[in-house]
Design a protein around this ligand. Sequence first.
Ligand SMILES: [Zn+2]
Length: 200
Amino acid sequence: MLNITRRFSLSKKSKAIIKKHKIKNGGILKIQSWDKISKKVKNEISKKLFSINGFKCTYCERDLVGLTPGIDHLANKAAYPEFTFVPVNLFYSCNYCNSSSVKGQKETINKLSPFYSHCDFKIVHPYYDNPDSEIFYQDIDRIFIDYARCTQKGKNTIDFFNLSSYIMTNIRSRQLILERLNPLLPSDEKKLINETIAYK
Ligand SMILES: [Zn+2]
């Protein structure tokens, strides 16, 4: 899991759009709010997430260039629509981690609070926790997970995203080789990213 150390804030314009949407919905956000909100808001979120978090899946760390990533709600928007637009609840995710069989709408909160930052999360939170103090590897290249050394929250996260499975280990090792042997040129990377981060 990536260690996310910076957060973004929404522009006044986007906040106003969300507020208007909320009023229209009787003062609350609903499960459909993300789909219904203007693409301008989602594009702003997408670009800001990219500029501060880079372009990797937050959960499995796979490079998202050339893939079709999504913006995942760590506290899922079906159960917690009130957190739909909370910036620190939003992370880039690959299709695999965000799929219904992996993360989907699974429960990520142990103890709910009306304030997002006061919630107790079941899995490592990429912004509030430091994943590198929860999940440990056997090797310096961070390929093979050392499950026994991980904290309980780290173990929950590994189980949640199947991070120690053969497939995920394989993905980490292949990505490392690719980054070492054939790194993308910054110009190519920028072009590919711009093509994929925009909501159309
Ligand atoms: Zn992933």
